[in-house]
Design a protein. Structure first.
Length: 51
């Protein structure tokens, strides 16, 4: 198997530490937004049921 394939070249340019930092930020944001979604969900359900 060749290690110089275009995919391997592309993957070699990715900074995994930066990717993991952004994934952590995304997960943290989702956790912080979860209570808000719980409060807004009944409102959305009310409008969906009207249709």
């Amino acid at each position: 198997m060749k290690n110089d394939s275009p995919l391997n070249k592309y993957l070699g340019q990715i900074d995994l530490d930066e990717v993991m930092y952004h994934v952590d930020t995304l997960i943290t944001s989702a956790r912080e937004l979860k209570p808000l979604v719980g409060k807004v969900k009944p409102l959305f359900n009310h409008f969906i049921e009207k249709k």
